[in-house]
Ligand binder design. Structure first.
Ligand code: PRT
Ligand code: ZN
Length: 285
């Protein structure tokens, strides 16, 4: 049987989470000691390990059918591949930063300036769209050092917590793009491979939905039952069962992580008791 070939970063910020995602999707790999490639035992999938910069091109060429990369690499490489799923991890932004001591009002201030970056394509496109003419200096690493050694007036780089900028005396002045890990796919997959890909994406969505949701059980006083049900509508509608003690019901539902605390507060106001919140392992949506 044919196997779906997926390219994953060999070692770096995306590697561990990408492998964990596969594992949670029920796909275990035969060699933990990541060599060049490994084969899944329980799913028709083969992993090849590459530098993240190379993944878009390998996917375009069909050496890998799909790959997991930062959206920034996908945007920078401009390869002919499809973005098929966003994965919500390795989130970061790509920003312009200038020395803290420099005044900065707007993009226009960048006219005639030298900007150091490893992402010239994304930057160039953005500056062009906004009518700014600057010199782009391409550096492959340690971009944040460029202003202090007089090589650039500004930088365009990945920012996550912002502490790298601060420790290099820089301030973030424009956010140009937000990025997260994404699945990219070759545009000419044959039907068999496409079917395996759908199956994989379905599993990935179930894992992501589960991690975004909790199972909630509580005891509700019947006089507020309807309002409590309205507060936690769940996937379809909550399960409601009478308790042995009259005047009370047990309510089971699903609650999204995002609204968790506000909903819990509301439930307590409505007199809910014995609230239990349980992680969901998989959620088929
Ligand atoms: O060896 P290979 O080429 O495969 O790896 P790499 O070194 O090019 O990439 P890697 O592993 O550093 O990052 C892979 C992907 O993770 C990136 O393409 C982004 O999509 C994503 N990502 C998420 C990040 C960060 N967060 C991040 N903080 N990539 C890099 N950084 C760096 C950034 O360059 C800066 O130097 O971390 C520093 C900033 O961090 P803060 O927290 O101080 O702001
Ligand atoms: Zn890289």
């Amino acid at each position: 049987m044919e196997k779906l070939r997926i390219a994953i970063q060999k070692s770096g910020r995306l590697s561990e989470k990408s492998l964990l995602l596969l594992k949670e999707a029920g796909i275990s790999l035969n060699n933990g000691s990541r060599k060049l490639r490994s084969v899944a035992q329980t799913f028709p999938l083969e992993v090849i390990y590459l530098r993240d910069d190379d993944i878009p091109q390998y996917v375009e060429d069909g050496v890998a059918h799909i790959g997991i990369v930062g959206e920034n690499e996908y945007a920078e490489k401009e390869c002919k591949v499809d973005l098929v799923e966003r994965l919500a991890y390795s989130r970061c932004r790509l920003s312009i930063a200038v020395p803290k001591s420099e005044s900065y009002e707007s993009l226009e201030d960048l006219n005639g300036k030298r900007i150091a970056t490893s992402y010239p394509v994304i930057l160039e496109k953005y500056l062009q769209e906004h009518g700014v003419k600057a010199d782009i200096h391409i550096l492959s690493g340690s971009v944040e050092l460029a202003p202090s050694i007089g090589m650039a007036d500004a930088i365009f780089d990945i920012v996550s917590s912002g502490s790298t900028l601060i420790s290099n005396g820089l301030k973030e002045v424009e956010v140009i793009m937000r990025s997260e890990a994404v699945v990219i796919a070759n545009q000419n997959l044959d039907a068999d491979i496409q079917a395996i890909l759908y199956d994989l994406i379905f599993r990935i969505r179930s894992v992501m939905a589960a991690s975004n949701n909790k199972y909630i059980l509580l005891n509700a006083p019947n006089e507020n039952l309807q309002e409590i049900i309205n507060t936690i509508p769940g996937m379809k509608s909550p399960t409601v069962m009478p308790l042995a003690e009259s005047g009370w019901s047990s309510v089971h539902s699903v609650l999204s992580e995002k609204e968790f605390w506000s909903v819990i507060d509301r439930l307590r106001e409505l007199g809910a008791q014995g609230i239990l919140v349980i992680p969901i392992e998989k959620m088929i949506v």
